[in-house]
Design a protein around this ligand. Structure first.
Ligand code: C2E
Ligand code: CA
Ligand code: CA
Length: 711
């Protein structure tokens, strides 16, 4: 479940609600204040109205009472009750008058305006009576219903009685109430009007806030949400985000536009990276990574559908030679043409869903699928055509190059059911094709893969061999021909494996070369040889021995050979002139320009460079002029045939003469018989090496050989 988010929208609504609440609170407080004021005003006006009405009743009552009291003096004095009655009645008949009572000084009723005067002479008992009797001047008393004005009646100083005039307060109160009601009605009306206005203002406020919310939602929240969603999708690897079209000129518009551009560039970048990760840069074919993925996918499908698959491994025969002799540029061009040829054939004969990939270096892989029984037939036809067509010459840099190809085929599900197994089998089948003489194809066969697997096993074992101490160096003495004094040694590598036994260098050096391991081993040999050479005594003529180290073509091409040599010299303290490097012909010829610059670099370190296995390559003598070397080693195949083959003798003689003409030293290797030595000695060969003179020795044995002569 998505956790609840306190989003922009919610925030804005909260703020708006808070503002509204504050406004409502303020308005409510105002209203409450106003209601209190109004109540106050009404109470005050009630008092005022009260006073006004009271005073008028009082004044009227007082006027009536005083004038009646004056009129009553004489009739009362003379006890003319009829006259008193007439006077009282005339006053009592007045509208506002409730009653008129005349009493004596003792508080006994004398007249009340009635005809019979029922209560005559009776003591007055009502609540206001006592006050009225006690009053010795004009006095006003009030009860809830009546306002009574009491006036004593006197002749001179003598009080003869009193008058009580009761003014009816009921109509006054009624009128007063009506006035108040009117006032209140007015106030309420004003109140309602105000409330209505307030309500309208509040409504307008709510409307405004809603509009604002809508505006914020449209202009801020929605784009920001979209940006958030889009960012999340990009984060999750979905780059198909449609950019928002907007004409807005504000910051959000700018943000949306630049986000759109950013999304596009990320998507483009992603495509490019994918393209780069999944295709081979040189040929544009699917690469190893993409092929592995596709193979896994195809296997998954084939397992359920029951289809058959065939994997064809193509390796160009001796492609290394193109690189070594013509340079990498030509090698790349050849590879590209090769790839195009394969692609065309796969298109023709591979079936509609065939997949071609460059697997690395000069290796290509084809995956074809078909109905279970048919796939082998398709693979055979394709492999045949590939072998035929790929052996046709290539045109590279105005030269014709002849290359062959070895193809290994493995079948699913017959040979293996998983990708790793199939790839391994394909590789083995390809080796089988190589072992069968190259330029052919072979189906994977369990029985045959032993030799190949041995080789693969050996490669694995060779990897840690130096660290495990299985590799050691031996030194084969080299002698000056004319005095047969030991002047130097050639360093040769030996591998003693606990199970495989002693593995011949011809085999493991080849493996190291093919697998690239030589780039690790080579420098180690060089370093160990230099350190060792420092330990040796001088020879019989008190000369220091030179040490000659074999350098593989791959080591030479790796570029940092000169630096490695300098390092070794510095570390061991060996004099540079005592170190010789043996390079094979194939490493040096072909691209003379490159070779010349490489050799130039090496020469600058002060070491000597010899051309090994001279005569076996296609270089010929003319190359010697162009390649600046210090010496050549005549290959032992020439030496072994010296006595029987007149051509070899002639060639050897020519090599020696030519080398001397160029000021180059000549070494002959593989001397197994005295006759060979004699022939070479007669022809002024400078140095000689061979089993007849000395076999490769350990360092101790070599020292033993040097010491007796030295002493
Ligand atoms: P290579 O450079 O031509 O070395 C000379 C080979 O001839 C050595 O074989 C040596 O033992 C052998 N040899 C010497 N005198 C005679 C002889 O009178 N008769 C016969 N039949 N053979 C003789 P090894 O030691 O088996 O070496 C084979 C090849 O392995 C070498 O050929 C060299 O190319 C390579 N190799 C050996 N050690 C190294 C190394 O440390 N680095 C490199 N890059 N290659 C090496
Ligand atoms: Ca050699
Ligand atoms: Ca050699």
């Amino acid at each position: 479940m998505k956790p609840l988010r306190f989003g922009l929208q919610a925030r804005f609504l909260c703020v708006a609600a808070a503002v509204m609440l504050v406004v409502v609170a303020i308005v409510a407080a105002l209203l409450a204040g106003q209601a209190a004021t109004q109540r106050e005003v009404l109470r005050a006006s009630n008092g005022v109205v009260d006073q006004v009405f009271d005073r008028s009743a009082r004044e009227q009552g007082t006027a009536l009472a005083t004038s009646l009291a004056d009129a009553l003096v004489n009739p009362l004095y003379f006890s003319d009750l009829d006259a008193v009655g007439a006077l009282v009645r005339s006053t009592a008949s007045q509208n506002a008058v409730s009653y008129v009572l005349v009493h004596d000084t003792e508080g006994r009723l004398l007249h009340d305006g009635s005809i019979e005067v029922a209560g005559y002479g009776r003591q007055m008992q009502d609540p206001l009576a006592a006050g009225a009797v006690a009053a010795d001047a004009l006095k006003v008393q009030e009860s809830s219903m009546v306002l009574e004005v009491d006036v004593p009646i006197r002749i001179g100083d003598q009080r003869i009685g009193g008058l009580r005039v009761g003014m009816d307060l009921v109509p006054v109160r009624a009128q007063q109430a009506e006035t108040m009601a009117m006032l209140e009605r007015g106030a309420n009306k004003a109140n309602r009007r105000q409330l209505l206005w307030l309500g309208l203002v509040m409504l307008a406020l709510v409307g405004l806030v809603s509009l604002l919310a809508l505006y914020v939602q449209r202009t801020l929240v929605r784009p920001v949400r979209w940006l958030g969603d889009a960012t999340r999708r990009i984060e999750a690897g979905d780059y198909q985000v449609q950019p928002q079209a907007t004409r807005r000129r504000d910051e959000i518009g700018e943000l949306l536009r630049s986000f759109g551009r950013m999304g596009e560039s990320i998507a483009r970048h992603d495509r490019e990276v994918r393209q780069m990760a999944y295709t081979d840069a040189l040929t544009g074919l699917t690469n190893r990574l993409a092929f592995r993925e596709a193979l896994d996918h195809e296997l998954l499908g084939a397992r359920t559908s029951g289809r058959g698959l065939a994997l064809l491994f193509i390796d160009i025969d001796e492609f290394k030679r193109v690189n070594d002799t013509l340079g990498h540029e030509a090698g790349d061009e050849a590879l590209l043409q090769f790839a195009q040829r394969i692609a065309a054939l796969v298109e023709q004969d591979g079936g509609s869903d065939a997949l071609l990939a460059r697997f690395g270096g000069d290796e290509f892989v084809i995956l074809i699928g078909s109905d279970a029984g048919r796939v082998e037939g398709v693979a055979t036809v394709l492999a045949k055509r590939l072998v035929d067509e790929l052996s046709l010459p290539l045109q590279v840099q105005d030269r014709e190059i002849f290359l062959g190809s070895s193809i290994g085929i493995t079948l699913f599900p017959e040979d293996a059911t998983d990708a790793t197994g199939l790839l391994k089998n394909g590789d083995i089948a390809m080796y089988q094709a190589k072992l069968a003489g190259k330029n052919c194809f072979r189906y994977y066969s369990r029985a045959l893969d032993n030799a190949v697997e041995r080789r693969l096993h050996m490669e694995q074992e060779l990897r840690g061999a130096w660290e495990r101490g299985e590799l050691r160096l031996v030194y084969q003495p080299i002698f000056r021909t004319h005095d047969r004094v030991l002047v130097g040694v050639e360093v040769l590598l030996r591998w003693q494996h606990p199970e495989l036994g002693s593995v011949p260098p011809s085999m493991f050096i080849d493996i190291a070369e093919q697998s690239g391991l030589i780039q690790v081993l080579g420098p180690k040999v060089l370093r160990a040889a230099c350190l060792q050479a420092q330990q040796w005594p001088r020879n019989a003529l008190d000369e220091e021995l030179f040490v000659s180290v074999n350098v593989s073509p791959r080591q030479l091409r790796s570029g940092d050979l000169a630096a490695a040599v300098e390092d070794c010299l510095r570390e061991s303290g060996l004099d540079a002139s005592r170190l010789h490097l043996e390079l094979t012909e194939t490493a040096v010829i072909g691209d003379e320009m490159m070779a010349a610059s490489l050799l130039e670099k090496l020469h600058r370190t002060g070491v000597k460079v010899w051309l090994d296995d001279f005569g076996t390559g296609f270089s010929g003598l003319s190359h010697l002029r162009q390649v600046p070397v210090d010496g050549v080693k005549i290959d032992k195949s020439f030496v072994s045939d010296l006595q029987r083959d007149a051509d070899d003798l002639a060639l050897t003689t020519a090599i020696i003469a030519m080398a001397h003409a160029l000021g180059i030293t000549v070494v002959a290797e593989g001397i197994e018989q005295q006759a060979q030595f004699d022939l070479l000695n007669q022809r002024d060969c400078d140095l000689v090496q061979g089993y007849w003179l000395a076999k490769p020795l350990s360092s101790d044995e070599l020292v033993g050989l040097l010491q007796p002569a030295h002493r």
